[in-house]
Design a protein around this ligand. Structure first.
Ligand SMILES: *[C@@H]1O[C@H](CO)[C@@H](O)[C@H](O)[C@H]1NC(C)=O
Ligand SMILES: *[C@@H]1O[C@H](CO)[C@@H](O)[C@H](O)[C@H]1NC(C)=O
Length: 266
């Protein structure tokens, strides 16, 4: 007789009348553990990064880059061995993130693209903030011995609930600066908005978009009227682009640009 056959009989001898009345429960409690125990990763074990580090990203920006078709997780579908795949996304922006899955003692078993996507998305769910802009802290989580890690690389302004944009005229050019607003792709999203709203031919983008961390902004760009465009068009365009952000009202979409203060006569 094997142990598996003997065990139920032996364990029966020790069962109380109460457990005898519920045989299924008795089985669960008294069977030896399966030979291959596979630890179940608990969501509570996700370690979120500290929001006080001011390193965070927008979930909607990063999530598409996890997909198994062409994103980070497709690399795991193609992987045949190895212990580590690390990639950086949005390099040079405020939302630069490092995504990695690693296991120093890895043998040939590694996560599939689907495991990769599911588990990394669990980190995003577990490490959300309350901000309506869906700022995410990222973090790490150990599943089946593999460490899944999504961590922003750049310290930025404290998390805010609303994006900000400021604008002032310098001659005919609007000097625009902002934070938490269409800024994770070197201004390309703003240009796309201009096209969407038909302002393409009315504005000229001075190619000076850059990221800089200041008290009140994280990026700046210069925009001038073009063709039949006017200063008004720029203020309305900025407003229209701004209303794609949560909480803003499209009916009052306009970002007023400040006129320069006249030098005082002496
Ligand atoms: C998959 O990820 C790539 C980036 O690697 C992104 O361009 C694409 O839009 C994503 N596709 C989906 C369906 O999210
Ligand atoms: C996650 O990645 C960051 C770098 O982006 C690193 O500093 C940190 O130690 C990693 N955490 C773990 C648990 O591997």
């Amino acid at each position: 007789m094997t142990w598996a056959q003997v065990y139920p009989i032996v364990s029966l001898l020790f069962l109380s009348p109460i457990t005898l009345g519920s045989p299924i429960e008795a089985d669960v409690q008294h069977l030896p553990p399966p030979i291959e125990t596979r630890a179940v990763a608990k969501r509570a074990d996700i370690n979120c990064n500290d929001i006080n580090d001011r390193k965070y990203f927008n979930r909607d920006t990063i999530e598409p880059y996890l997909n198994t078709t062409t994103g980070y997780c497709s690399l795991w579908n193609a992987a045949i061995g190895g212990s580590d795949i690390t990639r950086y996304y949005f390099i040079g922006t405020m939302e630069e993130v490092q995504i990695s899955i690693s296991r120093p003692d890895a043998t040939t078993q590694h996560p599939s693209g689907d495991h990769c996507e599911t588990n990394l998305k669990e980190i995003l769910k577990g490490c959300a903030t309350n901000s309506p802009i869906k700022w995410n802290r990222g973090g790490n989580w150990v599943v089946d011995g593999w460490t899944y890690n999504i961590t922003a690389q750049t310290s930025r302004r404290p998390v805010a609930d609303a994006p900000t944009v400021r604008c002032k005229w310098q001659g005919n050019t609007a000097q625009v600066s902002g934070a938490g607003w269409l800024g994770s792709d070197f201004g390309n999203e703003m240009k796309a908005q201009a096209r969407t709203f038909g302002y393409d031919s009315k504005v000229t983008w001075v190619e000076d978009f850059h990221y800089e961390l200041k008290d009140d902004h994280e990026w700046t760009v210069s925009i001038s009227p073009a063709g039949k465009g006017t200063k008004d068009d720029i203020e309305i365009l900025l407003g229209l682009a701004y209303v794609v952000s949560p909480g803003a009202d499209p009916r009052t979409a306009r970002v007023p640009c400040v006129e320069p203060t006249k030098p005082r006569e002496t």
